[in-house]
Design a protein around this ligand. Structure first.
Ligand code: DGL
Length: 260
């Protein structure tokens, strides 16, 4: 047993879509969440810069005594998970990637889509996943240009316009399952669904939370507390994170920090 918190990181508020599922499935676990909203979006930055920014978040979380790191960001996972595991050998690290295998298992036509950031779409990590599970299938992978930025600082008119353009190839190629490869995108699930009414849309939250549970279990560090605590930190503005913390996690203390 171990009642220390789980540390969760994302480039911004997107990872709250994962945190909310974790809170529901593992209600005894405490969490400390950091949104690097000041530097969001990460999806067009270099791998080196993403790693440098990520390390600052992890060091901050270590000062909060976390027992496990959950990377609730596909872009950080595909660029940095291996380096983070090497640099912090004693810290269990769980990452998030699009659920390619589940998408294929649920597809009738064998045509699936993956919608992510540009960095994730181009990454070796994602190519490996496709080769492993969907080599024989048609996979349409689209890296969005600036959707994350518009979700982070909500601009719903721009979001609709971007979706209209960027979801078109999925419609044209008639994909029947779409895997969301960016944790910001579940926050606009209903907008995506409206444009793709006949497509099954999958996110990675359930799979990732099951993986967290497995690792806590294997390491015998599950919590037995009845007083889970939720602390949210942001390097950016408090409005968007406040709105989503209220909506998705119902409670929690929110604070603005600077990671120098
Ligand atoms: N939520 C991040 C992801 O899952 C967004 C990355 C970004 O900031 O561009 O990829």
């Amino acid at each position: 047993m171990n009642n220390k918190p789980i540390g969760i990181i994302d480039s911004g508020i997107g990872g709250l879509s994962i945190a909310s599922v974790l809170i529901k499935k593992l209600p005894k676990e405490s969490i400390v969440y950091i949104a690097d909203s000041k530097n969001c979006p990460y999806g067009q930055k270099s791998a080196e810069e993403i790693y440098k920014l990520t390390k600052k978040m992890v060091d901050y979380l270590l000062s909060k005594n976390i027992k496990l790191l959950l990377i609730a960001c596909n872009t950080i996972t595909v660029t940095s998970i291996e380096k983070l595991r090497k640099y912090y050998p004693n810290l269990p690290v769980v990452g998030i990637v699009p659920v390619v295998k589940t998408a294929i298992n649920n597809s009738k036509s064998g045509k699936i889509g993956i919608f992510s950031t540009k960095v994730t779409a181009k990454s070796k990590y994602q190519k490996k996943l496709i080769n492993e599970f969907a080599k024989e299938n048609t996979v349409i992978s689209i890296g969005s240009d600036n959707l994350v930025e518009k979700i982070e600082n909500p601009d719903f008119v721009s979001i609709d316009k971007i979706l209209e353009k960027e979801l078109k190839p999925f419609i044209e190629k008639k994909v029947d399952v779409l895997a969301l490869g960016c944790s910001h995108f579940p926050l606009i699930y209903s907008k995506i669904k409206k444009k793709l009414p006949n497509v099954l849309i999958l996110d990675s939250a359930g799979a990732v939370v099951r993986q967290v549970e497995r690792i806590l279990n294997n390491n015998k560090i599950l919590s037995n507390s009845n007083k889970a605590r939720y602390n949210f930190y942001t390097t950016g503005g408090l409005n968007a994170i406040g709105f989503h913390v209220d909506k998705l996690t119902k409670s929690g203390k929110i604070e603005k920090i600077s990671l120098l």
